[in-house]
Design a protein around this ligand. Sequence first.
Ligand SMILES: Nc1ncnc2c1ncn2[C@@H]1O[C@H](COP(=O)(O)OP(=O)(O)OP(=O)(O)O)[C@@H](O)[C@H]1O
Ligand SMILES: [Mg+2]
Length: 272
Amino acid sequence: MSDAYGDRGNKDRSIANPDGQGSVMPKVSGKSHAAPGGPFLIGDTMTGGYGKGPDILHACTIAVEKGEIAVIVGPNGAGKSTAMKAVFGMLDVRSGSVRLDGEDITELSPQARVGKGMGFVPQTSNIFTSMTVEENLEMGAFIRKDDYRDTIAQIYDLFPILKDKRNQAAGELSGGQRQQVAVGRALMTKPKVLMLDEPTAGVSPIVMDELFDRIIEVARTGIPILMVEQNARQALEIADKGYVLVQGANAYTGTGKELLADPAVRKSFLGG
Ligand SMILES: Nc1ncnc2c1ncn2[C@@H]1O[C@H](COP(=O)(O)OP(=O)(O)OP(=O)(O)O)[C@@H](O)[C@H]1O
Ligand SMILES: [Mg+2]
């Protein structure tokens, strides 16, 4: 499937923060190359849980390389969202570390991580439903002091439906359109890396395919993407790297192709 996207994609790389990517042309399929000094973003052997509660993550590692899409799959309650929150600084990591472009950011607040170039779309409550589409995008630009009009224009190019509905309350949009608002909002900070928790939750297969196409386009602008997906098979088809999490730990890790071909993964997580 990923080959089918060979000639597609947004060639305009200006949404990406060029500092994050240098001249590396992103790719969405094929062999993985480790960036010098390790992955661009990594939650490395993270152990931790919520508050004083028990550990949910057990030496869990998730990462994404420059120019790539990494996908995290696994059963409900496996700790996928928890792992994403840990990488974004919303969880106490009791051991392990989080590194962005080689820098240890384990102790930084989520806000500080946004300042460092992380964009995060959480699984729930990821838009302001009573605000208009455009106000949602403007909220996304909260850390920017420069003129963000052209970023909004780029987001409308990526998601044309949002331009049509710019003055409508985001809460009136369909599920797939809301997810576009959420991704658009995260892009407003011009992130160096984008984290998406179930961007296709609750949408039809057709809308899912469209959202995946848009996500691939974003990756092509030079923004590596670390995402959780319930639609495991489809997501692994567009993944350079895949992680299967079970009970807060890494069960299987490989390229998307390797995981799709692994009989044990197929049997337990992909419906055979
Ligand atoms: N805010 C919270 N406080 C305490 N425990 C939590 C909290 N959020 C999640 N958990 C617990 O952490 C474990 C992992 O949940 P998590 O939401 O990370 O799973 P998930 O893999 O994202 O599941 P899903 O596929 O349903 O989204 C579960 O046992 C859950 O009950
Ligand atoms: Mg989740």
